[in-house]
Design a protein around this ligand. Sequence first.
Ligand code: CUK
Ligand code: CUA
Length: 671
Amino acid sequence: MKRNMFFLVILSFLLVAGCSLATQEQAAPTKAPVQSDGGGGLSSDASAIAAERGLSPDDINAALKTYMPTGVHDDYMIFSSGGHSGQVLVIGVPSMRILKVIGVFTPEPWQGWGYGVGHEILDGGKVNGNDIHWADTHHPALSETAGEYDGEWLFINDKSMARIAVIDLRDFETKQIVKNPIAMNDHGGAFVTPNTEYIIEGGQYSAPLGGEYAPIEEYNDQYRGSVTLWKFNRDTGRIEMENSFAIELPPYWQDLCDAGKLASEGWIFCNSFNTERATGGIEKGNPPFEAGASQADTDYMHIIDLVKAEELFKAGKADVINDFSVISMQTAIDEGLLYLAPEPKSPHGVDVTPDGEFMVVSGKLDPHVTIYSIEKIKATIDAGKWETDDYGIPVLALDDVKEAQVELGLGPLHTQFDDQGYAYTSLFLDSMVARWALGGNFADKNPDEPWTLVGKTSVHYNIGHLMAAEGDTTSPDGKYLVAMNKWALDRFANVGPLLPQNFQLLDIDNEGDSMKLIYDMPLPLGEPHYAQMIKADKLSPWEIYPEVGWDSGKQEVSPNAVAPGEEKVVRDGKNVEVFMTAIRSHFTPEHVEIEQGDHVTWHITNIERAYDATHGFAIPGYDINLSLEANEHITFEFDATAPGVFSYYCTEFCSALHLEMKGYLLVKPAE
Ligand code: CUK
Ligand code: CUA
């Protein structure tokens, strides 16, 4: 009897959820029914499975909302930081399937990234001449046109070494890495301006600009913060160093930034902490940073007039540090492009609302979010109403620029938005997502509606960022929100003391206080801080490279492309050049005979035209492994230091005779 009740509950739930028998059975034909469905049209096998697995109606709802039949594609794509892996993860929503790992700052063997190709690009990320083999990626940013993701480019920062990478979304490959010449680390990047004119990279831990040395005792005078504006050229798809500039900021730890949009376009906002300018030294009896940097009731939101800053830079009024243009703090003050506003209490994150009217700042140690109004900020600046900080920077009074404060819970961090006038804020200490109403200022809202908390949902556990569908654009989609949880604890099978991160998908496609948790996704590499979610149909990547002989680094046909019939090995003194083609299931040539001490330049063109016809190419002992996608050409070089017989072979299982796709590199010992 109890059993039947259970099935009835499930049945009515499925019917309410609009799940028809036909769809179910087409998607997954079932065996003979074991339980009557009472004529409601539901396959009773589904009920039996649910009962056997102990699934609740909510579980079934979640499964129905996230399951993707084979061949059906996801509606949204997440571009997530790969954390310490230095890579970017591409994840489908709602299925939460990982679709790609993009090699960015870190070598990635399968793609051959850093194992024969990509060296030039990875070299852009060298620090003080040192090769760097990891990165602490935090914030990916999709390129925008008029404040909307346009699906063309992706940028991501490396917090540990203040680097920014450019990824081309035609082939999901990294094309450029730049190292910030004035800062060793960053945090407030990458964020783009509404037409991707600039990529914003805010600093983090203050230090003398340009990598100079100064004793910690000279912190107030010698240490500085910064924000860097990287100029992006869409035609070339590259950041232009010479058209980029930075602004010197006080040694407050600038944290996260966001670009103004619509009402606030042309402005940049960065929160900060440690405006106390604590310098640590617990071992010397000083307060540790965690205490020293949390003494004051407020820190400062930095408000930067990017339009003025750009004018000054173009007028040549910037100083030069390490060959990089830097607008000095004094110039920024004199020219009226830098303002501060108090923000309570150990703030983290500043997020601009979709209409650009408001900036939302969370206080890690304050249960509120504080909302600032760009209208009030501009009016206060125009009225010249401010005091100054120790460096002479105008400080606008909180009461003059504040629109509202909303009490949400413990440890608010980051805020995203939907299409219904709601904001969503992660609550780290509460392990919850708070949904709150953005007051009456939004178009289709009742003008009397207050700024107020609407509901909270538990997530598991210790949520950092969260991301909503199109959540950083001028027109968010709602529908889905992902909680990016730092701790997983009991959510997955024990895999030892280092646990995966936990991405949890929430269904936010409803009114009021209910948000439903519909998927748990373990992430087993690095700590991904942030991600953005784009409508999948905004992306239009290539299926294969446009022409045979394609150099993906330059996105053009390589002058070294090898045509069938033109394969050869050419010697010029100690320099040997190999011209090779690859096609199922052979490389031509299959013998490459050289001598120890030769310098080898090896050209390979994959002359396949078929979708997904990728070949690998590995030379053991020389750390060479390539991925040659259809039409792709790669040139790599190495010194033949060791004599011997080396079997080069295809590392992709490309055909029935894949194992035969090999050749011999014969390196004769030097005389
Ligand atoms: S974050 Cu980088 S410390 Cu809240 Cu964007 Cu995690
Ligand atoms: Cu080509 Cu295996």
